[in-house]
Design a protein around this ligand. Structure first.
Ligand code: FAD
Length: 450
């Protein structure tokens, strides 16, 4: 059984781990990520800084909802493995990035260490610099094409990349026939508002301990206004000596705009002004534009989306839940559970909160004559009406096989393509809980051929 998880961020790592827990050692789980390392928005930059210093440039902490048993237990295991530690609340600033009531954890070797720990435990085979460009259903499996490789076949795919949005690498960038499987309502759930922020890390020469202590007091970070929103003293968080070189990370408020090359020197100057140190003490810096930094509001009623039952294709990510460790883990857990059940030949339980696209309502075969049933919506009635027309044309086609077709017959058959298109387009727009779908083999074959 070959399973591909796309994305080595917090959601992808947790998905791979949950799959391993569900499916055991026999499952061949691969993770592909376009980046050079694991982490995604739990990213830690090391290359820019000498002396082993680092900078967490996305999430400064992993926020855990203490009421969510699954993510609390997973974080406890990560803490036990030595990859994370709780951060004392009194040393942190109160900012919107971290929802009230959540508990914060720092990666002991950078935030991406939390993601790496989950990947290691999943025993998945990880491939970096592998950007998925295309995903196509081929027979009973998925054919996945990366930018630089030949297509590879998998029995199941779980997409753990950011939801649709402006800029960035997200679902919008993965093309193929899978795109036709999502309903309009499902596409809507993938396209939720995100904030857009710059994150800038500054490496400072030694000798500015007093200025930093005067600004931060006893804390790891400080909230500001009228410029950067947050200054985080990374080296203090990491337990580095305050007398050596230091790293400070700056986050702007949401809604960052403009060219990042122009923003970088401006943000450096603003941070130095706040810290009361000259700009010249900054010897290295790095800026990241987070076009899809954090989800502002979600619309999905379920923590994952099942795009296809057979072969299984499931979507997971913070855009379906919340931009926290708990949000990523809940989505990952639901996605792994749905995929595991489908691979075992079962159906994911709708009670689990992740509706399956086109689950048939009990006893409803759309090719039976349901038109006029009063409990159906207008859209469902239209679907049934078109399905009925398709059936008639197919019946006509079957009876006329082998005979010479006159003009009228040809016209009727030409209409088949239009009807099939109409049918699949109405089907895509049916509400998530509608449950109607084409079940008749002839129609399915005709749709596949069309
Ligand atoms: C500035 C900032 C502050 C934040 N603060 C907090 C906080 O305080 N607490 C908290 O809990 N969370 C915080 N977050 C949110 C948190 O970082 C995210 O919710 C979480 O990292 C999302 O994880 P993910 O795996 O769903 O997505 P991502 O981390 O975005 O991972 C997606 C992965 O998919 C890969 N990818 C994308 N497209 C492709 C492709 N075509 N092929 C292969 N790979 C692909 C990417 O390279 C990436 O590694 C913050 C985020 C930011 C940016």
């Amino acid at each position: 059984m070959r399973i591909l998880v796309v994305g080595a961020g917090c959601t992808g790592a947790a998905t791979a781990l949950r799959l391993r827990e569900n499916l055991g050692d026999g499952a061949k789980i691969q993770i592909w990520d376009k980046a050079r390392g694991a982490g995604g928005r739990y990213t830690t930059s090391r290359a820019t800084y000498p002396d082993g210093l680092k900078a967490d440039m996305g999430a400064q902490y992993a926020s855990v909802d203490p009421k969510d048993k699954g993510s609390v237990e997973l974080m406890n295991a990560i803490v036990e493995a030595g990859a994370a530690a709780p951060a004392p609340e009194t040393l942190l600033a109160e900012i919107a990035e971290r929802p009230r009531g959540t508990t914060q954890y720092r990666g002991t070797n950078g935030q991406n260490g939390i993601v790496k720990c989950m990947i290691e435990r999943s025993k998945a085979e990880v491939h970096f610099e592998k950007r998925v460009m295309k995903l196509d259903q081929r027979g009973k499996g998925w054919s996945v094409t990366s930018r630089d490789g030949a297509p590879q076949e998998f029995d199941c795919v779980i997409l753990c990349v950011p939801g649709c949005g402006t800029g960035g690498d997200n679902l919008n960038k993965i093309h193929g026939n899978w795109e036709r499987l999502l309903t309009n309502a499902q596409w809507g759930h993938t396209e939720v508002p995100h904030d857009c922020r710059y994150s800038v890390a500054l490496w400072l020469h030694p000798g500015h301990r007093k200025a930093l202590e005067a600004f931060f007091g006893e804390s790891f970070e400080r909230r500001c206004s009228g410029g950067p929103e947050l200054l985080a003293w990374q080296s203090r968080k990491d337990g580095e000596s305050p007398d050596g070189p230091q790293v400070v990370v700056v986050h702007t408020p949401p809604d960052a705009r403009g060219n990042k090359n122009q923003a970088e020197p401006r943000l450096i100057s603003e941070a130095c002004r706040l810290l009361k140190i000259p700009d010249q003490v900054v010897t290295s810096s790095k800026i990241i534009t987070w076009f899809q930094s954090q989800v502002l509001s979600k619309t999905s009623p379920s923590p994952c989306l099942v795009a296809s039952e057979s072969p299984p294709l499931v979507l997971a990510g913070d855009y379906l839940t919340a931009s926290t460790f708990t949000g990523c883990v809940s989505s990952a857990t639901a996605a792994a559970e749905a995929a595991s059940k489908l691979l075992a030949g079962g159906r994911p339980s709708t009670g689990g909160g992740y509706p399956v696209q086109n689950t048939p309502k009990a006893g409803q075969d759309v090719l039976a004559d349901h038109v006029g049933t009063s409990t159906l919506t207008d859209q469902e009635k239209a679907f049934l009406k078109t399905a009925k027309k398709v059936r008639e044309v197919l019946k006509f086609e079957a009876t006329s096989a082998g005979k010479d077709l006159d003009k009228m017959q040809t016209k009727k058959l030409e209409g088949k393509q239009g009807l099939l298109l109409e049918l699949s387009s109405i089907e895509k727009d049916l509400p998530l809980d509608s449950g109607l779908r084409v079940k008749n083999k002839d129609v399915l074959d005709a749709l596949a051929a069309g």
